[in-house]
Design a protein around this ligand. Structure first.
Ligand code: MG
Length: 300
């Protein structure tokens, strides 16, 4: 099942693509108010949602519906992997040294919708970059999860563009958290595909286009730490709660390591796809003059 959140009469509602008619959205707000509540309802909740989606005789046309982030406020920070694809680790090597994968977090306030514009204030960052990734939603709470049991803790999958402000990421001695946490910068969705219906998560093609030009192309089989390994490591002595999101890393082809480097500018359109899961489409727009600009004008 492809579960989503959509806007209806100004309210956010839980929905799903209608099974067998995926150009339609079925309203599941009678089952749960949002996706986090549905995840918390466990297998029984999911079964009710499946039955309701299958029983619906018709739905709203997907093209007439505004999709919201499937999980606008997941639990905890987003857990994310850096350098989890060998060729991406190599393109980012410093002084000839290829660093191993690392684990970091993104603030949940960085989340935005699957087709939303991304407003960036150039006074905050002028080095905005793209990263196509497979996202994982945790469904079942667990700590010290063994790799062989890890997939039982997965609720489903989504597409994520781990938008990165490279100037901020490498400032103050270098840190991922702030550079990857600008407000409403990172689209997720368009829906969460439940694990039972998802294809093999370690054999998915990923690609990202900017203005129709292919920038990233990879496959999840090339992850250095596959999803089960990430869950084992992330849960070591640290509980993973239902509704936690994991960003599993990006393949090579990001803008920062191109020669010369490339960054996003107002008007640029990104298409971010994990084949078999979904596609995000987001345009960069110039932010209205922000607080920093006001401050600068006062200081001048
Ligand atoms: Mg990333």
């Amino acid at each position: 099942m492809k579960l989503l959140m959509f806007k209806h009469d100004g309210d956010a509602r839980l929905g799903a693509l209608r099974p067998g008619h995926e150009d339609e959205v079925v309203d599941l707000s009678q089952i749960a108010p949002d996706l986090l509540a549905l995840i918390d309802a466990g297998e029984a909740g999911l079964e009710r949602a499946r039955k309701a989606a299958s029983a619906a005789g018709h739905g709203l046309h997907l093209k007439d519906v505004t999709l919201l982030p499937p999980l606008a406020a997941p639990r905890g920070n987003i857990i994310a992997m850096g350098r989890n694809y060998q060729k991406h680790a190599e393109e980012g090597k410093e002084d000839g040294e290829v660093k191993p994968p690392t684990i970091f977090t993104k603030a949940i306030t960085s989340i935005t919708g699957p087709y939303d514009d991304i407003a960036i204030d150039p006074l905050v960052s002028d080095k905005i970059d793209w990263e196509v990734e497979l996202g994982v939603v945790i469904g079942t709470r667990g700590a010290n999860i063994a790799r062989r049991d890890a997939m039982d803790h997965v609720f489903g999958y989504f597409v994520l563009n781990d938008i990165s402000a490279r100037d901020i990421q490498f400032d103050w001695g270098g840190q991922f958290f702030k550079g990857k946490s600008l407000d409403r910068s990172s689209p997720i969705g368009p829906w969460v595909m439940t694990r039972d219906e998802a294809p093999d998560q370690q054999n998915l093609d990923l690609r990202l286009l900017v203005n129709g030009v292919l920038k990233q192309e990879g496959n999840t089989r090339d992850m250095i730490h596959p999803v089960d390994d990430i869950i084992e490591w992330a849960s070591k002595g640290m509980t993973l709660l239902p509704g936690v999101l994991i960003a599993t890393g990006t393949p090579d082809g990001v803008g920062h390591y191109r020669k010369p480097p490339e960054y996003l500018h107002p008007g640029d359109l990104m298409e971010t796809e994990v084949a078999g899961i979904g596609l995000l489409r987001n345009r960069i727009v110039a932010a209205k003059v922000g607080a920093l600009a006001d401050h600068a004008h006062r200081g001048a």
